[in-house]
Design a protein around this ligand. Structure first.
Ligand SMILES: Nc1ncnc2c1ncn2[C@@H]1O[C@H](COP(=O)(O)OP(=O)(O)O)[C@@H](O)[C@H]1O
Ligand SMILES: [Mg+2]
Length: 400
Protein backbone atom coordinates (compact mmCIF):
# COMPACT_ATOMS: atom_id res chain seq x y z
CA UNK A 1 0.00 0.00 0.00
CA UNK A 2 1.27 3.48 -0.86
CA UNK A 3 1.92 5.58 2.25
CA UNK A 4 1.86 9.35 2.50
CA UNK A 5 5.36 10.79 2.85
CA UNK A 6 4.05 13.16 5.51
CA UNK A 7 4.00 10.24 7.95
CA UNK A 8 7.79 10.17 7.89
CA UNK A 9 8.55 13.73 7.02
CA UNK A 10 9.26 14.96 10.52
CA UNK A 11 12.02 12.35 10.89
CA UNK A 12 13.38 13.08 7.41
CA UNK A 13 13.43 16.79 8.17
CA UNK A 14 15.28 16.27 11.44
CA UNK A 15 17.82 14.08 9.71
CA UNK A 16 18.54 16.70 7.05
CA UNK A 17 18.67 19.50 9.58
CA UNK A 18 21.48 17.71 11.36
CA UNK A 19 23.41 16.55 8.30
CA UNK A 20 23.11 19.23 5.61
CA UNK A 21 25.02 22.06 7.32
CA UNK A 22 28.63 21.77 6.22
CA UNK A 23 28.00 18.83 3.88
CA UNK A 24 29.55 18.82 0.42
CA UNK A 25 27.98 19.69 -2.92
CA UNK A 26 27.08 16.12 -3.90
CA UNK A 27 24.84 15.78 -0.84
CA UNK A 28 23.22 19.12 -1.54
CA UNK A 29 22.65 18.19 -5.16
CA UNK A 30 20.73 15.10 -4.08
CA UNK A 31 18.66 17.14 -1.64
CA UNK A 32 17.86 19.59 -4.44
CA UNK A 33 16.64 16.69 -6.60
CA UNK A 34 14.49 15.45 -3.73
CA UNK A 35 13.05 18.95 -3.31
CA UNK A 36 12.10 18.99 -7.00
CA UNK A 37 10.44 15.58 -6.67
CA UNK A 38 8.52 16.69 -3.60
CA UNK A 39 7.31 19.77 -5.47
CA UNK A 40 6.27 17.66 -8.46
CA UNK A 41 4.39 15.35 -6.10
CA UNK A 42 2.44 18.25 -4.65
CA UNK A 43 4.35 18.40 -1.34
CA UNK A 44 4.97 22.14 -1.55
CA UNK A 45 5.28 22.73 2.17
CA UNK A 46 7.73 19.88 2.68
CA UNK A 47 9.80 21.01 -0.32
CA UNK A 48 9.96 24.49 1.18
CA UNK A 49 11.07 23.17 4.55
CA UNK A 50 13.96 21.23 3.02
CA UNK A 51 14.86 24.21 0.88
CA UNK A 52 15.08 26.37 3.99
CA UNK A 53 17.77 24.10 5.35
CA UNK A 54 19.76 24.51 2.16
CA UNK A 55 19.33 28.27 2.20
CA UNK A 56 20.55 28.68 5.76
CA UNK A 57 23.62 26.63 5.04
CA UNK A 58 26.11 29.25 4.02
CA UNK A 59 29.01 27.20 2.73
CA UNK A 60 28.29 27.78 -0.94
CA UNK A 61 28.36 31.56 -0.69
CA UNK A 62 31.62 31.99 1.07
CA UNK A 63 34.68 32.47 -1.04
CA UNK A 64 37.05 29.55 -1.17
CA UNK A 65 40.47 30.50 0.12
CA UNK A 66 43.36 30.00 -2.28
CA UNK A 67 47.00 30.46 -1.60
CA UNK A 68 48.51 32.59 -4.30
CA UNK A 69 52.28 32.46 -4.71
CA UNK A 70 53.75 35.90 -4.23
CA UNK A 71 56.60 35.02 -6.57
CA UNK A 72 54.09 34.53 -9.39
CA UNK A 73 52.83 38.06 -9.26
CA UNK A 74 55.76 39.71 -10.93
CA UNK A 75 56.22 42.58 -8.49
CA UNK A 76 59.54 43.40 -6.89
CA UNK A 77 59.78 45.51 -3.77
CA UNK A 78 61.14 45.20 -0.28
CA UNK A 79 59.50 43.14 2.46
CA UNK A 80 57.39 45.28 4.75
CA UNK A 81 58.27 44.53 8.37
CA UNK A 82 57.35 45.98 11.75
CA UNK A 83 60.70 47.78 11.79
CA UNK A 84 59.72 50.02 8.86
CA UNK A 85 58.61 53.48 9.98
CA UNK A 86 55.45 54.95 8.56
CA UNK A 87 55.36 58.41 6.90
CA UNK A 88 53.51 61.22 8.64
CA UNK A 89 51.82 64.46 7.70
CA UNK A 90 54.60 67.04 8.31
CA UNK A 91 52.18 69.68 9.56
CA UNK A 92 50.19 67.64 12.03
CA UNK A 93 52.39 64.65 12.78
CA UNK A 94 49.46 62.31 11.96
CA UNK A 95 50.24 59.05 10.16
CA UNK A 96 49.17 59.17 6.54
CA UNK A 97 48.83 55.41 6.34
CA UNK A 98 48.34 52.31 8.41
CA UNK A 99 49.93 48.90 7.88
CA UNK A 100 48.06 45.64 8.56
CA UNK A 101 50.28 42.58 8.49
CA UNK A 102 49.15 39.29 6.94
CA UNK A 103 48.60 37.57 10.31
CA UNK A 104 46.12 40.26 11.30
CA UNK A 105 44.03 40.00 8.12
CA UNK A 106 40.67 38.16 8.35
CA UNK A 107 40.49 34.44 7.55
CA UNK A 108 36.76 34.53 6.85
CA UNK A 109 35.46 35.96 3.62
CA UNK A 110 32.22 37.92 3.66
CA UNK A 111 29.16 36.03 2.39
CA UNK A 112 27.82 37.21 -0.95
CA UNK A 113 25.43 36.01 -3.64
CA UNK A 114 26.69 33.21 -5.85
CA UNK A 115 27.18 35.61 -8.78
CA UNK A 116 29.49 37.89 -6.80
CA UNK A 117 31.38 34.95 -5.33
CA UNK A 118 31.97 33.64 -8.85
CA UNK A 119 33.18 37.00 -10.14
CA UNK A 120 35.61 37.50 -7.27
CA UNK A 121 36.84 33.92 -7.52
CA UNK A 122 37.69 34.52 -11.16
CA UNK A 123 40.01 37.39 -10.18
CA UNK A 124 41.70 35.19 -7.60
CA UNK A 125 42.18 32.46 -10.20
CA UNK A 126 43.70 35.05 -12.50
CA UNK A 127 46.11 36.11 -9.76
CA UNK A 128 47.14 32.55 -9.04
CA UNK A 129 47.99 32.18 -12.73
CA UNK A 130 49.61 35.60 -13.01
CA UNK A 131 53.01 34.19 -14.07
CA UNK A 132 51.47 32.45 -17.10
CA UNK A 133 49.66 35.63 -18.13
CA UNK A 134 52.75 37.80 -17.69
CA UNK A 135 54.82 35.30 -19.73
CA UNK A 136 52.41 35.75 -22.60
CA UNK A 137 52.55 39.53 -22.31
CA UNK A 138 49.13 39.84 -20.67
CA UNK A 139 48.48 41.84 -17.53
CA UNK A 140 46.46 40.36 -14.69
CA UNK A 141 43.98 42.69 -13.02
CA UNK A 142 45.95 45.04 -10.79
CA UNK A 143 43.41 47.43 -9.42
CA UNK A 144 39.80 47.21 -8.47
CA UNK A 145 37.21 49.57 -7.21
CA UNK A 146 34.67 48.15 -4.78
CA UNK A 147 31.54 50.18 -4.20
CA UNK A 148 28.22 49.77 -2.41
CA UNK A 149 26.26 50.82 0.68
CA UNK A 150 27.96 51.06 4.10
CA UNK A 151 28.14 47.80 6.05
CA UNK A 152 27.97 45.45 3.05
CA UNK A 153 31.38 43.83 3.62
CA UNK A 154 33.59 45.87 1.26
CA UNK A 155 36.47 46.46 3.66
CA UNK A 156 36.36 42.86 4.87
CA UNK A 157 36.46 41.67 1.25
CA UNK A 158 39.52 43.81 0.44
CA UNK A 159 41.38 42.60 3.52
CA UNK A 160 40.45 38.99 2.81
CA UNK A 161 41.70 39.33 -0.78
CA UNK A 162 45.03 40.65 0.52
CA UNK A 163 45.26 37.62 2.79
CA UNK A 164 44.86 35.35 -0.24
CA UNK A 165 47.69 37.22 -1.92
CA UNK A 166 49.79 36.90 1.22
CA UNK A 167 50.40 40.66 1.14
CA UNK A 168 50.29 43.18 3.99
CA UNK A 169 47.83 46.02 3.49
CA UNK A 170 48.80 49.67 3.38
CA UNK A 171 45.63 51.66 4.11
CA UNK A 172 45.55 55.36 3.34
CA UNK A 173 44.41 57.38 6.34
CA UNK A 174 42.45 60.17 4.82
CA UNK A 175 42.42 62.23 7.99
CA UNK A 176 46.21 62.19 7.98
CA UNK A 177 46.45 62.69 4.24
CA UNK A 178 44.28 65.76 3.90
CA UNK A 179 45.69 69.10 4.79
CA UNK A 180 44.43 72.62 4.52
CA UNK A 181 47.91 73.87 3.69
CA UNK A 182 48.43 74.55 0.05
CA UNK A 183 50.27 71.71 -1.67
CA UNK A 184 50.53 69.51 1.42
CA UNK A 185 47.72 67.11 0.48
CA UNK A 186 49.37 66.44 -2.89
CA UNK A 187 52.71 65.92 -1.20
CA UNK A 188 51.13 63.45 1.24
CA UNK A 189 49.47 61.52 -1.58
CA UNK A 190 52.85 61.31 -3.31
CA UNK A 191 54.43 60.00 -0.09
CA UNK A 192 51.67 57.43 0.35
CA UNK A 193 52.18 55.99 -3.13
CA UNK A 194 55.99 56.10 -2.83
CA UNK A 195 55.74 54.05 0.35
CA UNK A 196 53.31 51.54 -1.20
CA UNK A 197 55.47 51.20 -4.32
CA UNK A 198 58.62 50.64 -2.35
CA UNK A 199 57.28 47.63 -0.41
CA UNK A 200 55.45 44.45 -1.41
CA UNK A 201 51.91 45.28 -0.31
CA UNK A 202 48.35 45.87 -1.34
CA UNK A 203 47.42 49.54 -1.33
CA UNK A 204 43.94 50.14 0.05
CA UNK A 205 42.23 53.46 -0.60
CA UNK A 206 39.28 52.96 1.76
CA UNK A 207 36.41 55.46 1.91
CA UNK A 208 38.05 56.99 -1.03
CA UNK A 209 35.20 59.40 -1.77
CA UNK A 210 36.63 61.73 0.89
CA UNK A 211 39.02 62.96 -1.79
CA UNK A 212 36.08 63.75 -4.01
CA UNK A 213 34.40 65.47 -1.09
CA UNK A 214 37.53 67.47 -0.58
CA UNK A 215 37.05 68.71 -4.13
CA UNK A 216 33.57 69.95 -3.34
CA UNK A 217 34.51 71.59 -0.03
CA UNK A 218 37.70 73.28 -1.01
CA UNK A 219 37.38 76.75 -2.46
CA UNK A 220 40.80 76.83 -4.02
CA UNK A 221 40.28 75.52 -7.57
CA UNK A 222 43.98 75.26 -8.35
CA UNK A 223 44.57 73.14 -5.25
CA UNK A 224 41.70 70.78 -6.09
CA UNK A 225 43.07 70.23 -9.56
CA UNK A 226 46.49 69.57 -8.15
CA UNK A 227 45.20 66.92 -5.74
CA UNK A 228 43.20 65.04 -8.37
CA UNK A 229 46.05 65.21 -10.86
CA UNK A 230 48.50 63.90 -8.28
CA UNK A 231 46.16 61.04 -7.59
CA UNK A 232 45.76 60.20 -11.28
CA UNK A 233 49.49 60.29 -11.96
CA UNK A 234 50.25 58.16 -8.96
CA UNK A 235 47.62 55.62 -9.90
CA UNK A 236 49.20 55.31 -13.35
CA UNK A 237 52.68 54.58 -11.99
CA UNK A 238 51.25 52.30 -9.30
CA UNK A 239 50.19 49.80 -12.01
CA UNK A 240 53.75 48.55 -12.48
CA UNK A 241 54.38 48.25 -8.76
CA UNK A 242 51.54 46.45 -7.04
CA UNK A 243 47.87 45.95 -6.33
CA UNK A 244 45.46 48.69 -5.47
CA UNK A 245 41.93 48.43 -4.15
CA UNK A 246 39.73 51.50 -3.89
CA UNK A 247 36.53 51.45 -1.82
CA UNK A 248 33.71 53.94 -1.83
CA UNK A 249 30.18 54.24 -0.47
CA UNK A 250 29.46 57.06 -2.90
CA UNK A 251 30.61 56.07 -6.39
CA UNK A 252 28.88 59.10 -7.89
CA UNK A 253 31.21 61.45 -6.03
CA UNK A 254 34.28 59.93 -7.65
CA UNK A 255 35.90 61.77 -10.51
CA UNK A 256 35.22 59.80 -13.75
CA UNK A 257 38.93 59.91 -14.57
CA UNK A 258 39.75 58.29 -11.21
CA UNK A 259 37.03 55.70 -11.80
CA UNK A 260 38.54 54.80 -15.17
CA UNK A 261 41.95 54.17 -13.63
CA UNK A 262 40.67 50.98 -12.00
CA UNK A 263 40.92 47.81 -14.11
CA UNK A 264 37.64 46.48 -12.73
CA UNK A 265 34.75 47.77 -10.67
CA UNK A 266 32.80 45.51 -8.33
CA UNK A 267 29.41 46.61 -7.05
CA UNK A 268 28.42 45.00 -3.75
CA UNK A 269 24.64 45.19 -3.43
CA UNK A 270 22.73 44.97 -0.16
CA UNK A 271 22.24 41.29 0.66
CA UNK A 272 19.12 39.53 -0.57
CA UNK A 273 16.89 37.76 1.97
CA UNK A 274 18.56 34.50 1.16
CA UNK A 275 22.08 35.88 1.54
CA UNK A 276 21.20 37.74 4.73
CA UNK A 277 20.09 34.43 6.28
CA UNK A 278 23.37 32.89 5.23
CA UNK A 279 25.31 35.79 6.75
CA UNK A 280 23.44 35.35 10.05
CA UNK A 281 24.16 31.62 9.96
CA UNK A 282 27.83 32.10 9.18
CA UNK A 283 28.27 34.77 11.88
CA UNK A 284 26.83 32.37 14.46
CA UNK A 285 29.77 30.08 13.71
CA UNK A 286 29.83 27.15 16.10
CA UNK A 287 26.98 28.50 18.21
CA UNK A 288 24.06 26.30 17.17
CA UNK A 289 20.64 27.84 16.83
CA UNK A 290 17.48 26.24 15.48
CA UNK A 291 16.90 27.08 11.78
CA UNK A 292 13.62 28.72 12.83
CA UNK A 293 15.54 31.03 15.18
CA UNK A 294 18.07 31.89 12.45
CA UNK A 295 15.22 32.69 10.11
CA UNK A 296 13.53 34.85 12.73
CA UNK A 297 16.71 36.84 13.35
CA UNK A 298 17.04 37.45 9.60
CA UNK A 299 13.42 38.55 9.41
CA UNK A 300 14.11 40.98 12.24
CA UNK A 301 16.83 42.73 10.24
CA UNK A 302 15.12 42.27 6.87
CA UNK A 303 16.45 44.80 4.38
CA UNK A 304 19.58 45.29 6.50
CA UNK A 305 23.24 44.55 5.85
CA UNK A 306 25.95 42.21 7.06
CA UNK A 307 26.94 44.86 9.61
CA UNK A 308 23.47 44.57 11.19
CA UNK A 309 23.79 40.77 11.19
CA UNK A 310 27.17 41.16 12.85
CA UNK A 311 25.81 43.16 15.78
CA UNK A 312 22.72 40.97 16.21
CA UNK A 313 24.58 37.66 16.15
CA UNK A 314 27.27 38.89 18.56
CA UNK A 315 24.55 39.68 21.03
CA UNK A 316 22.75 36.35 20.52
CA UNK A 317 26.00 34.43 20.91
CA UNK A 318 26.76 36.19 24.17
CA UNK A 319 23.26 35.48 25.47
CA UNK A 320 23.55 31.82 24.54
CA UNK A 321 26.78 31.52 26.48
CA UNK A 322 25.50 33.45 29.46
CA UNK A 323 22.07 31.89 29.90
CA UNK A 324 22.84 28.45 28.43
CA UNK A 325 20.03 25.93 28.95
CA UNK A 326 17.13 28.32 29.06
CA UNK A 327 18.16 30.02 25.81
CA UNK A 328 15.31 28.50 23.77
CA UNK A 329 12.60 29.42 26.24
CA UNK A 330 14.04 32.93 26.63
CA UNK A 331 14.73 33.46 22.94
CA UNK A 332 11.76 35.67 22.18
CA UNK A 333 12.32 37.86 25.23
CA UNK A 334 15.97 38.18 24.28
CA UNK A 335 15.00 39.41 20.84
CA UNK A 336 12.71 42.00 22.40
CA UNK A 337 15.57 43.20 24.57
CA UNK A 338 17.80 43.48 21.54
CA UNK A 339 15.21 45.63 19.79
CA UNK A 340 15.08 47.95 22.78
CA UNK A 341 18.81 48.47 22.68
CA UNK A 342 19.27 48.58 18.89
CA UNK A 343 16.33 50.46 17.46
CA UNK A 344 18.37 51.68 14.51
CA UNK A 345 19.65 48.25 13.51
CA UNK A 346 16.37 46.40 13.05
CA UNK A 347 13.62 46.42 10.46
CA UNK A 348 11.31 49.03 11.89
CA UNK A 349 7.98 47.43 10.89
CA UNK A 350 9.00 43.94 11.99
CA UNK A 351 10.40 45.21 15.28
CA UNK A 352 7.09 46.95 15.95
CA UNK A 353 5.25 43.67 15.47
CA UNK A 354 7.52 41.93 17.96
CA UNK A 355 7.10 44.72 20.49
CA UNK A 356 3.30 44.45 20.39
CA UNK A 357 3.86 41.16 22.21
CA UNK A 358 0.69 39.65 20.82
CA UNK A 359 0.95 36.02 19.73
CA UNK A 360 -1.96 36.27 17.36
CA UNK A 361 -0.61 39.29 15.52
CA UNK A 362 2.88 37.82 15.40
CA UNK A 363 1.68 34.45 14.11
CA UNK A 364 -0.31 36.11 11.36
CA UNK A 365 2.51 38.42 10.31
CA UNK A 366 5.16 35.73 10.34
CA UNK A 367 3.17 33.21 8.35
CA UNK A 368 2.12 35.81 5.80
CA UNK A 369 5.58 37.36 5.45
CA UNK A 370 7.89 36.62 2.53
CA UNK A 371 9.67 34.21 4.84
CA UNK A 372 6.50 32.09 5.18
CA UNK A 373 7.11 30.82 8.69
CA UNK A 374 5.41 27.50 9.40
CA UNK A 375 3.42 26.75 12.54
CA UNK A 376 6.24 24.56 13.84
CA UNK A 377 8.75 27.35 13.32
CA UNK A 378 6.58 29.90 15.11
CA UNK A 379 6.07 27.51 18.02
CA UNK A 380 9.85 27.11 18.32
CA UNK A 381 10.42 30.86 18.22
CA UNK A 382 7.81 31.54 20.89
CA UNK A 383 8.65 28.38 22.79
CA UNK A 384 5.03 27.27 22.99
CA UNK A 385 3.21 24.11 21.91
CA UNK A 386 2.62 23.61 18.24
CA UNK A 387 -1.05 23.05 19.04
CA UNK A 388 -1.25 26.52 20.59
CA UNK A 389 -0.07 28.04 17.31
CA UNK A 390 -2.46 25.86 15.31
CA UNK A 391 -5.31 27.13 17.48
CA UNK A 392 -4.20 30.73 16.94
CA UNK A 393 -4.00 30.16 13.19
CA UNK A 394 -7.37 28.44 12.85
CA UNK A 395 -9.51 29.20 15.92
CA UNK A 396 -12.31 26.65 16.44
CA UNK A 397 -15.80 28.03 16.36
CA UNK A 398 -17.16 27.89 19.90
CA UNK A 399 -20.52 26.56 18.73
CA UNK A 400 -19.23 23.69 16.69
N1 LIG B 1 28.33 40.14 3.27
C1 LIG B 1 28.83 40.03 4.49
N2 LIG B 1 29.17 38.83 4.99
C2 LIG B 1 29.67 38.70 6.24
N3 LIG B 1 29.86 39.75 7.06
C3 LIG B 1 29.55 40.97 6.65
C4 LIG B 1 29.03 41.18 5.33
N4 LIG B 1 28.81 42.50 5.16
C5 LIG B 1 29.19 43.10 6.31
N5 LIG B 1 29.64 42.19 7.20
C6 LIG B 1 30.15 42.47 8.56
O1 LIG B 1 29.76 43.78 8.92
C7 LIG B 1 30.85 44.52 9.46
C8 LIG B 1 31.16 45.71 8.57
O2 LIG B 1 31.68 45.25 7.34
P1 LIG B 1 32.65 46.14 6.44
O3 LIG B 1 33.44 45.24 5.56
O4 LIG B 1 33.42 47.07 7.30
O5 LIG B 1 31.58 46.96 5.58
P2 LIG B 1 31.81 48.17 4.56
O6 LIG B 1 33.28 48.33 4.36
O7 LIG B 1 31.09 47.74 3.32
O8 LIG B 1 31.16 49.34 5.20
C9 LIG B 1 31.99 43.55 9.58
O9 LIG B 1 32.00 43.02 10.88
C10 LIG B 1 31.66 42.47 8.59
O10 LIG B 1 32.14 41.22 9.01
MG1 LIG C 1 34.44 49.94 4.92
Amino acid sequence: MKQDIRLYFSAIHKLFRETIPGSDDTVKKQVKLLIEELKAGGYEKEAKMLNNILVTDSAKNELTPIKILKSNLGFCGEELTKAVSVPVNKETGAQILEVTFVNDLPDASPVFSEAIVKAISSILTEWSNADKLINKGLDPVRSCLIYGAPGTGKTQLALWMAKQLGLPVVTARLDGLMSSYLGTTSKNIGNLFDFANRYKCLLLLDEFDAIAKFRADNQEIGEIKRVVNTLLQNMDTRKQNGFTIGITNHPKLLDPAVWRRFDIQIEIPNPSREVLQQIVQSKLGTVKLKPSQVKFLSWLIDGGTGADADVLTRWVKKAKIVIGNVFDSEFYTLVQEFIFLNAGRVNHANANIVMQDNRKVLTKELSQSQYKFTGTEISEILSVDKSTISRIKAPKNKNS
